[in-house]
Structures are given as C-alpha cells and as structure tokens.
Ligand binder design. Sequence first.
Ligand code: PHE
Length: 441
Amino acid sequence: MADSPVLEQLLRRLEVADGGLDSAELATQLGVEHQAVVGAVKSLQALGEVIEAELRSTKCWELTAEGEEIAREGSHEARVFRSIPPEGLVQSELMQLPSGKVGFSKAMSNKWIRVDKSAADGPRVFQVVDSIEDEVQRRLQLVQSGQAEKLTEKERNELRKRKLLTEVVLKTYWVSKGKGFSTSVSKQEAELSPEMISSGSWRDRPFKPYNFSARGVLPDSGHLHPLLKVRSQFRQIFLEMGYKYTWKLEEARKNLLRTHTTAASARALYRLAQKKPFTPAKYFSIDRVFRNETLDATHLAEFHQIEGVIADHGLTLGHLMGVLREFFTKLGITQLRFKPAYNPYTEPSMEVFSYHQGLKKWVEVGNSGVFRPEMLLPMGLPENVSVIAWGLSLERPTMIKYGINNIRELVGHKVNLQMVYDSPVCRLDVEPRSPKTQEPA
Ligand code: PHE
C-alpha cells in the first residue's frame, strides 16, 4: 500500500511507539489534516488485524475567529491603550476606533486609562500607566499553542463568555499494534482474475475478505402517493364486501367535471334497470370530482369521492345504517353517529359522524341516504326495489391517517416528494393523528 505516505508513516511510528499513538497528535506531527490520518486508520482496519483502533472523544478548546484576531493583534483594551498619544485623545474620536467601544470600558476597569472631563474640546482620554500586560492575548496564545490546561477553569470560562473560546469535542483514534502487525502491508486483492488462476499467482496474493454487512446501493424506484395507497385500501374493502368494479381506462381518461360521483351511480342504476328481470346489485366508485369551492387548508376545487350503492328489494334505513357500520368498521372507525340531512336525490338522508380521538370531537366522515322513488321509477326499476347509498372523500381519511394538516401538502405543486417517499404503507386501523380535511357536500 505504498500509495499512501500517511499510512506508511503511521505504521512506521507505530512500530517504535510505546503502547500506541493518538491520531490527532500524529496529524500534528506529520503536518497533515486529521482526516488524512483517520483515512489511513480506516484502511488499515479493513485489512483485519494489522492495527487496533479505539475511538475516543476528547474535549478541547478552540479559538473563535475573534479569539484568533485577538491572539494576533492584542485585546481591544490593549489596542485602545496603545492608540492614546501622550497628549491624550478626544473621547469621541477614540470611540470611533474599531476596538473603541469594547476596549474603552475594559481599559477603564483595568485602570489603564482615565478621562479628563475638563478639557476645552470635550472629554479627553489619557494613559494612566506606562506599560500594560495584555493578559487576554497571552491566554489566547496559550490555548492556540495547545496549552489550554495552563489556564484555570475560571479563566477559560471568562474567555468563553467573551466568545473568544469554544469547547469542541474531538473524535480521535487511539491506535495500537494488532495481532498481525507489520509495517509492510500489501494491498489486498479485491478480485480474482483469470490471469491469477492460470499463472497460479493467486496462491501468494492476500485477498480482501468479503464484507457481508456492507449496505447495498438503494435501488431507484418509484413511490406510491398516499392517496393511491389509501385508494387501494378502500377498493379492497369494497371488494371484500362483494361490491362490483368495472373499470375502463378510456372511461377514466374522460375529462368530466362532475361535482359528485352520484352521477355515475345513477348511470349504473339506469343500466341495471334495463336488465330484466331485476337482479340485486352492489356498486362502488372512486373518482375525481370538481367543485366551486373557496380554497383553503382543507378545501380544493377538486378531490376524490368514494361512493357505495346497493339496490335490492325492500332495503330500509336500517339496512343503510348496518352497511355503514360494517364499512366504517373495516376502516377502523367504530364510533358512529347519524344525523338527518338533506340531499335532493335521497330521502331520508343522513350525515355520518365519527368520534375523532385526536380532535376529541365528532367529525363528519360521510353523507348517505335512500334514493327517492322519483329518481328510480323513471329509470324502470321495479317499485319494491330500493337503493341505499353513501359517499365520502378520499382526501379526508388520507390526511387523518398520514397526519397531514394542509391539503396542499397532499395534492398539487407544493407536494414534497420526500413526504411521498417517507409515507408508509397505509394502515387504516391506526389511530387517527390529525384534524379535518375536505368534507363531502
Ligand atoms: N353525493 C353526496 C355528496 O357528494 C354523497 C351521497 C352519495 C349522498 C350517495 C347520498 C347518497 O356528498
């Protein structure tokens, strides 16, 4: 491994070292960056038992940028002291100097200078002593030369308060000889080549051991948006409950601006009515709807609606409540309440509320009803057939499940792709985390 002089130096010094050596000290001795020594330590570690390296953290003191300036040029108070000529200096002029403000008050409390207020051209500052000892500079220079331990704790703290010193934690390696120590380590082969086999040279070559704990490169792959994950969960629930789903790409591609998916339900019911004799049916749809809304954190002009429909003989409000309970239970929502509502196409109609653990209140989760005969009979459905249905938004449960408070973080150009990447597979039975989202009208 003659390609790294630092590595060679490390081995050579380790050979004669008594016990071991410190990576930071070695870096100073070799006049190289500490990182270069750390690199050498790591490549030696990879060879197996050549060296032993133990990570240590040591606290040490470092000068701040201002601290370094003072170590070089003297403290502000010393600079103020030196800038005063024997005939004194007008105080207002002195204050204009770069070190003026801080230096003046320190030099005053050190009793190095005095102010004569009786001068004709305003207060004048004079030196009081012949010479000064710039203690601050001296202390900082000590730290700079690695002798911070010569200062008392009080002295160091004082410098730290003046923001001239900071304490840093230095991570270094304590390196010692390993069982297989040698100063002439040769580069290990990473690959077995056909030439090595045919010439037989592989017999004398050292091989790098396999690193079974190396992390592989993460494959680049797409990630499903939370809405898509929750959508497939909903679809799964409907399919489990025996609902039908005929989906056509060309149908889905149509640019249709409907305000609710009940329009699609009505079409499905019309088609059902044309088939004689009547057979009971269960349908569901998940589709995009568009509304004239005032946009805010929980409303967009477009969202997705989930709708379920059952057509059968003699269905009642009791059936609707039962189906809603089953459906929402599968979502992990068990505490339900129904409230009378109005829809032009259903009578009776009910809004569905569920108790939100996070918000500690009842929130609306859906809308439902029994379709009016005025709507069903003209389609040709038999008189004793009734149709129950309900609808909800896809965005609301998604926001609750993923703890998203603003719908703009879920849909649209402000979506952070990292959020999509980080969102786990949807588990609808998990305790809800966050407040309201878009509600069905
Ligand atoms: N269409 C209703 C809405 O948008 C939901 C609904 C569906 C209500 C079916 C009753 C029956 O809120």
